[in-house]
Design a protein around this ligand. Structure first.
Ligand code: PHE
Length: 441
């Protein structure tokens, strides 16, 4: 027998799952996707997908983890011994590893921008400053590599401390802090002159911009944001105690995640419009446009500009850290279980491997884009498909029901089970396939 498995505390698991969900996806990707694909029209589709497709997929993955109390590969082997399902589990973890590497590069940028804001703020006399800095970050200098190593190293330190003393504790401090920070940033952003145009941009539905690609992006983004299909949800759920309610935990995670994404839109867009910038900047919005806004603000009131920049990049940094940690844990726990390695050794191996792949992503933008593309559009989709098909078609209905309803003791879960089972059997898998092919075309 292996070492006794650790467990999250009751709040710990919700906060850790929320920590995994809330990340760069919410602050960096969601606002510009909303801008690109029709504002509120995109948000509506996003919400429908979140509840009808992502939530059941999240639940399916979660119940496999809690039922077995194992990490991805062993969980599938345990429930379907001698079959090939476990290899799909391994692919999902490989996807988590790839995201770990390039995510840490972006985490490094936020660390660098935070340090810059603390030390001297952004140069208001040179509005192009942030873009220049950003070019340097994505070019071949040593600075982004160092920032990437620091970000990854810190995440690994939390992992080495373990589930209870590391992840659980860290999430309990970070998640409440994140909510305070983002709400404060939103209030500030909404108070800027001209911010109303940003609100209009976010809230007016423009269905003409909602292309098939936009619809596919909405589902892809929802999976990415909820950390589905990478073995992360499965692994965290395997540390859940048996008396916890899977449905309640999952719904709460979803609500936190959506709240954070929408509020991030209310931080970014009003500020962008107030500064007279265009929101179509896409991925560089957060690292080029936003610092420029702080620089402008700094010209009028240096202290204010500085404080806002610190608050903003601190929010991104913390959100990115809690997500990064969850991906590393998915990889580390599988190595520990498969190879009977200690936590420290498994973490070192992941650290070194992710450091190398991350440096490569940092130095070559095409490697970065390729990693982003295959992990989000191939591995993540295949992982999500595998977990839902497994719970819907491979596992015994009675076993799934038992796990979902805590042996029939939960009233609401029992009442909703039929709907959930129908969704993971008949709606989620074809929906994933449609999106998968749309993304590849
Ligand atoms: N959910 C995270 C975000 O929104 C990213 C993530 C993806 C984390 C997959 C874990 C697994 O940024």
């Amino acid at each position: 027998m292996g070492v006794k498995r650790e467990h999250f505390g009751r709040m710990g698991v919700i906060l850790a799952l929320a920590g995994s969900a809330i990340g760069l996806g919410n602050i960096w990707r969601f606002p510009y996707m909303v801008g690109e694909y029709g504002g509120a029209a995109f948000i509506i589709v996003y919400l429908v997908f979140a509840f009808l497709i992502s939530l059941p997929a999240f639940l399916a993955e979660s119940l496999i983890g809690r039922k077995t109390g194992k990490s991805t590969y062993d969980a599938l082997e345990n429930l379907a011994p001698g079959t090939k399902w476990k290899w799909l589990g391994m692919l999902a973890v490989l996807g988590a590893f790839i995201i770990t590497s390039y995510y840490s590069v972006v985490g490094g940028w936020s660390l660098d921008f935070l340090a810059r804001s603390v030390v001297r703020g952004f140069d208001s006399a040179n509005p192009e400053g942030a873009a220049v800095v950003f070019d340097r970050m994505t070019g071949s200098t040593i600075e982004p590599l160092l920032a990437h190593a620091l970000f990854l190293g810190f995440s690994c330190m939390i992992i080495v401390l373990g589930v209870r003393k590391g992840i659980d504790r860290f999430s309990k401090v970070c998640i409440p802090l994140l909510f305070v920070l983002i709400v404060a940033m939103m209030l500030f952003s909404l108070s800027l002159p001209g911010s109303k145009d940003g609100l209009d941009y976010l809230l007016k539905p423009d269905f003409s911009k909602l292309t098939p690609r936009g619809i596919a992006c909405a589902l892809g983004q929802s999976f990415f944001s909820m950390s589905i299909g990478m073995g992360v949800v499965l692994t965290y759920s395997s540390y859940m105690k048996k008396q916890q309610k899977i449905l309640a935990t999952s719904v709460l995670t979803l609500i936190f995640d959506i709240f954070f994404a929408v509020i991030s839109g209310f931080v970014v867009m009003p500020a962008v419009f107030s500064a007279g910038l265009r929101p179509e900047a896409g991925p560089s919005l957060v690292f080029e446009s936003i610092p420029y806004i702080f620089a402008q603000m700094g010209a009028a009131s240096p202290l204010l500009g500085r404080v806002m920049a610190i608050g903003f990049f601190l929010t991104i940094l913390i959100a990115a850290l809690t997500s990064e940690i969850s991906m590393i844990e998915s990889c580390v726990s599988m190595l520990m279980e498969r190879l009977h390695w200690g936590r420290r050794k498994a973490t070192w191996v992941i650290f070194c491997a992710a450091l190398l792949l991350g440096c490569w992503c940092s130095l070559r933008s095409n490697v970065f884009s390729f990693c982003d593309f295959v992990s989000s559009n191939v591995f993540m989709m295949l992982g999500a498909l595998a977990f839902t098909l497994f719970a819907g078609w491979k596992m015994d209905r009675a076993a799934v029901q038992n796990e979902f309803t805590n042996g029939g003791s939960l009233k609401i879960s029992s009442a909703l089970f039929g709907a959930f089972y129908f969704l993971i059997k008949y709606l989620v898998p074809p929906a994933i396939l449609v999106i998968f092919f749309t993304n590849l075309l």
